[in-house]
Design a protein around this ligand. Structure first.
Ligand code: ACM
Ligand code: ZN
Length: 340
C-alpha cells in the first residue's frame, strides 16, 4: 500500500492505500499516515538521537501506485488492483512520461516538509526491466540517447531522480542490485542480497560507492529466528547468534572495506501478524546487529553479549508490556489461515 498523503493526488488515499485482503485472508486492509503523525514520529525519534530516513521505492515495488495512477506506467492497466501478496512485480513507472516526474517532484516536496533528513532512500530493488524493454516510449528514448540497454536507462532514471532530489537539498540511497554501473560515484547503497556481501564489497569499492551492510542472512529480522519456525518456504533461519556473528567487513582488510559505512537491519512487516510479534522478531536481534556495527571483531564476545541481552530483556518486556504467550499463538501462518 501507499501510506504517504501527497497534495494533488487524492487517489493515493482512495485507491492506493487500500487492499482487498492479505495473503488470501478475505479481510480488507488499509491506512494512510497523516502529515502530523509522521512529524510526531520524526520528533519522537529525534528526541532519542534517531534520524528517520524515508524510503520511496522507484521504479518498481509500485503496484499500489499503478492501481491509483495507471497512466504513470509503460502499459497502463486500468483494472490493476493493489497487490495482496508479497513478491515483486514487472510494473515500473515509465521514465518517459512527464506526469511521472511531476508526481515525484510533489512526493519529494512532501518528504522535505516532513523529514529533516537530507537523505531519501529511493529503493531501486527488484525492478525487472521487461516492460521498459517493450515500451515504445522507452525504446525511442534509449535509441535517441544511444543507450545500449535498459540498465543504462536505469542509470539515467536514477540520475534524473537524483537531480530532482538535489533541488530540495536531498540525496538518494539505493538497495544494491549487483550492477554497480547503474549508480553514481559517491552514492550510498545497501548490500541486501543473500550470500552476495563479499562480491558487493569489492564491486562497490571499485565503483566509488559507499556501502551499508544489510546482507539478509544476517540482517533481515523478519526471518525466523529459531530452527523449525515457519519460514514461508524460503526464509533462512537467522538465529540470535548468527546475527551476532555479522562481520560487516566479511573478513576483508580495512583497505578493502573503508567504504563500508555501517550496518542496517530490516524488519519487513508483511509476514508479521501484529506489533507484539514484530517486537519479538526484532528484539534481541537488533541488539546483535547494533553491536556488530559498533564493535570491532576482536573485542566481540558472545558470552558477554548474552549477559547484556539478559539486562535488556527485562527492559523490553516491561517497556512494551510484552506478551510472550500471545506471540506464540500468533506465530505465522496462524492469522492468514485461521481468519479466512
Ligand atoms: C529487499 O529486500 N527487496 C531490499
Ligand atoms: Zn516506458
Amino acid at each position: 500500500g501507499w501510506r504517504l498523503p501527497v497534495p494533488g493526488y487524492p487517489r493515493l488515499e482512495s485507491v492506493a492505500s487500500k487492499r482487498a485482503e492479505t495473503f488470501g485472508d478475505g479481510i480488507p486492509h488499509g491506512g494512510m499516515y497523516t502529515r502530523e503523525e509522521l512529524k510526531e514520529l520524526v520528533a519522537y525519534c529525534a528526541d532519542r538521537g534517531i534520524e528517520v530516513i524515508p524510503e520511496i521505492d522507484v521504479p518498481g515495488h509500485n503496484e499500489a501506485l499503478a492501481a491509483a495512477y495507471p497512466e504513470f506506467f509503460c502499459f497502463p492497466k486500468p483494472d490493476m488492483k493493489v497487490r495482496t501478496v508479497a513478491g515483486n512485480s514487472k510494473e515500473l513507472v515509465c521514465p518517459q512520461k512527464p506526469e511521472v516526474w511531476k508526481f515525484y517532484a510533489a512526493v519529494f516536496k512532501e518528504l522535505k516538509d516532513i523529514f529533516p533528513s537530507k537523505i531519501v532512500h529511493l529503493g531501486g530493488d527488484e525492478a525487472p526491466t521487461e516492460l521498459w524493454e517493450k515500451c515504445p516510449l522507452c525504446r525511442q528514448a534509449r535509441a535517441g540517447a544511444g543507450m545500449k540497454d535498459e540498465q543504462e536507462q536505469m542509470r539515467d532514471f536514477f540520475a534524473r531522480m537524483t537531480s530532482l532530489l538535489a533541488k530540495n537539498g536531498q540525496t538518494p540511497q539505493f538497495w544494491y542490485e549487483g550492477n554497480a554501473g547503474i549508480y553514481h560515484p559517491g552514492e550510498t547503497v545497501y548490500a541486501w542480497r543473500q550470500d552476495q556481501a563479499r562480491q558487493s564489497i569489492d564491486k562497490t569499492k571499485k565503483a566509488g560507492l559507499n556501502l551499508i551492510m544489510a546482507s539478509n542472512e544476517y540482517c533481515y529480522l523478519d526471518f525466523p529466528q529459531i530452527q523449525g519456525q515457519y519460514n514461508w518456504g524460503w526464509m533462512r533461519t537467522t538465529t540470535l547468534r548468527k546475527c551476532y556473528e555479522l562481520d560487516p567487513a566479511f573478513g576483508k582488510s580495512p583497505q578493502e572495506t573503508g567504504h563500508v559505512r555501517g550496518v542496517h537491519a530490516a524488519a519487513w512487516a508483511e509476514h508479521l501478524p501484529d506489533l507484539n510479534h514484530l517486537l519479538y522478531r526484532v528484539y534481541p536481534r537488533a541488539m546483535a546487529i547494533a553491536e556488530a556495527g559498533w564493535s570491532p571483531m576482536d573485542v566481540r564476545s558472545w558470552d558477554n553479549f548474552r549477559r547484556k541481552v539478559a539486562d535488556h530483556r527485562a527492559f523490553v518486556l516491561k517497556r512494551f508490556n510484552y506478551d510472550l504467550e500471545r506471540t506464540k499463538e500468533n506465530e505465522p501462518p496462524f492469522r492468514w489461515e485461521n481468519k479466512k
